[in-house]
Design a protein around this ligand. Structure first.
Ligand code: SAH
Length: 260
C-alpha cells in the first residue's frame, strides 16, 4: 500500500483583503486537509478551504496565548507526519514578525516536507492602500521594519532606526506609541515628524490617521485605535491620501476595498 505523504505549507494570508491573497496561496488553501490559523486571518479567506478540511484556531491575543508556540510547532509536525496536507495560515507574510521562522525550524528538525508561500506584509498593504510611498526619491531612501514588542528584549533599541530620509514602520506599536515617539524624539527626530496610523489596513473597517511624533499617542487614545494597527514614521507619512489634511487630522478611507 502506498504511504500517503504529508506536506506542510506555511502560507501568508496578506493584510486582510481577500483580493490581496496570492494565487498560489488560494490554490493551496483549496486543497488543505488541515488548516491551522491565527486571529489576523480574515473569515472569507478561511472559507477558501474545503468544507472537509479541519480548521484549528491557534491565534494569540496580547498577553493571552491560545497555544504556546512549541505546541503549535508540534501540532504542525504531528499533522504532517500523519500524512496530511497541512496549511499554516498567517496574517501578512509568515517571515515578517510572524514566527514562521520558528515553525520552519521545527519542520526541518522533524524532517518533514515544508514550503513557504509569501504574503503581502502589513507594511506594504497598509502603505499602498493609504497611498503612502514607503520610499520616494524626494523623501526616503531607506526603509526599516521594527516591532514595538520584542521577546526577551524589554526595550528595543530605537537609536538610528528613523531620521531624515528614512521611513520606519512599527508593527505592534500601538500600546507603546507614546514611549516609542518619546524615544525617537530623544534620538534626535523632530517632534513634527509625520506619523501615519493605519488601523485594520485593507479591511472594510480601515481607518487612517496622520499625526506627528508629538501628537500620535493622543490621536491613538482619542480615536480609540484598536489592533491591528501600524505606525509609519517619516516624511512620507504626510503624503497619505490627501496631503492638505495632514496634521493631527482624521482621514477616512473606509470601504475603498468594497467599492473597487
Ligand atoms: N506577519 C504579519 C505581522 C504579524 S504581527 C505581517 O507580515 O503583516 C501583527 C502586527 O502586524 C499587528 O499588531 C499590526 O501592527 C500589524 N498588522 C497586521 N495586519 C494589519 C492590518 N491589516 N492593518 C494594520 N496593521 C496590521
Amino acid at each position: 500500500m502506498k504511504v500517503k505523504h504529508g506536506k506542510l505549507w506555511i502560507v501568508g494570508a496578506g493584510p486582510g483583503d481577500i483580493d490581496l491573497l496570492t494565487v498560489k496561496a488560494a490554490r493551496i488553501l483549496s486543497t488543505a486537509e488541515v488548516l491551522v490559523y491565527d486571529k489576523l486571518v480574515s473569515k472569507n479567506i478561511l472559507a477558501l478551504a474545503p468544507p472537509s478540511c479541519s480548521k484549528i484556531f491557534v491565534g494569540k491575543t496580547r498577553g493571552k496565548h491560545t497555544l504556546p508556540q512549541a505546541r503549535i510547532n508540534q501540532l504542525l509536525v504531528d499533522q504532517t507526519l500523519s500524512g496530511l496536507q497541512v496549511v499554516r495560515l498567517k496574517g501578512g507574510d509568515p517571515f515578517v514578525f510572524g514566527r514562521g521562522g520558528e515553525e520552519l525550524e521545527a519542520a526541518r528538525a522533524a524532517n518533514i516536507d515544508v514550503e513557504i508561500i509569501p504574503g503581502i506584509t502589513a507594511a506594504l498593504g497598509c502603505a499602498a492602500i493609504a497611498q503612502i510611498p514607503l520610499t520616494h526619491r524626494d523623501h526616503a531612501s531607506a526603509l526599516t521594519f521594527v516591532t514595538g514588542q520584542c521577546r526577551d528584549l524589554a526595550d528595543q533599541n530605537w537609536r538610528g532606526l528613523a531620521g531624515p530620509g528614512r521611513t520606519l514602520v512599527v508593527y505592534m506599536g500601538l500600546n507603546g506609541a507614546h514611549s516609542i515617539a518619546d524615544k525617537l524624539i530623544a534620538d534626535g527626530l523632530s517632534a513634527a515628524t509625520p506619523v501615519a496610523v493605519v488601523e485594520n489596513g485593507t479591511r472594510a473597517d480601515m481607518r487612517v490617521f496622520v499625526a506627528t511624533l508629538s501628537t500620535v499617542a493622543d490621536v491613538v487614545a482619542r480615536e480609540a485605535v484598536q489592533s491591528p494597527a501600524l505606525l509609519i514614521v517619516g516624511e512620507v507619512a504626510a503624503l497619505a491620501l490627501n496631503p492638505s489634511l495632514a496634521g493631527e487630522t482624521l482621514i477616512l478611507l473606509q470601504h475603498i476595498t468594497q467599492a473597487a
